[in-house]
Design a protein around this ligand. Sequence first.
Ligand code: ZN
Length: 345
Amino acid sequence: MEDLKKKISKIRENFSNDLDKVSSEQELENVRIKYLARNAEISNLMHEIKNLSKEEKVIFGPLLNELKTNSEKLFELKRNQIVELKLKSAQEKKQNFDVTAYKFSALKPSLHPYTHVIEQIENIFISMGYKIADGPELEDDFYNFEALNIPKDHPARDIQDTFWLKLPHKLMRTHTSPVQIHSMKKQKPPLAIFATGRCYRNEATDASHDFVFMQAEGMLIGKNISMSNLFATIKVVLQMIFERENLDIAMRPSYYPFVEPGVDVAMRCPFCTSGCSVCKKSTWIEIMGAGLVHPNVLKHCDIDPEEYSGFAFGFGLTRLVMLKYGINDIRLLNSGKIEFLEQFK
Ligand SMILES: [Zn+2]
């Protein structure tokens, strides 16, 4: 009898001590298995009831029951505490995200391929006397279309699937050309600017299309600016970008509403001499659109087309970066993947 009494109080004490030490779900489960599961200490003790005499049962029955229900109650209380703690710590982790927890030694810092190429090209244009210009990504219809000689009913608006905002006439710019307008509105000629920036088009994403991409844009406005200035500038710039002497370029007539005449510029493939996968075996790569700034565009910016002329060119900076580094999936560029970025030192 005394023996059983001692056993009960010993179990009660041990259970309480063990439960106090619990601080995780796993430890809680260990306590359950030790005391409360089938064939665990308390259940085994309950089985001993049937070996007791009637008188003993009267004494020990309630004692054992009390031990069982009390232990289960304490266990439930502890379980609630543990769940609450877990939720709280998850919340704290979210709220108090420790930015210093990153170890610098573990990360190898590197610049994004965009940054590498932008710095290189900007330096080329700065050395030629151009100013680096910038413009907003959230644009007005006037700057993105109207002033660039793309009026409301112009078919060129159809090929630019535009993200329109709910605000009237506001959109995410579909090209960097509005920077030309901003620059001409701010400053009178002579004027030479170069700009890079994000553009947005509402299209499905795949390895070669993204709804956000980078473009670059250059413009020179002055007196007696002609196509030959354009050819010479583009040739020198491409030679410097691809680090080639005498890189051949070719122009063929093309149509862009904001230039007249307009051309598409191709360059000799810098990666091969007799055709490769980059140039699709043709040895030529289409690289940009260009032309002389349309008189209507100058007029929209209060510049007299009788007095001034200029050229403009634009190219896909994203495409150029992909070409230069042999990147085959556009989505990698905005993925933020460390393994991808680490490759560009
Ligand atoms: Zn090639």
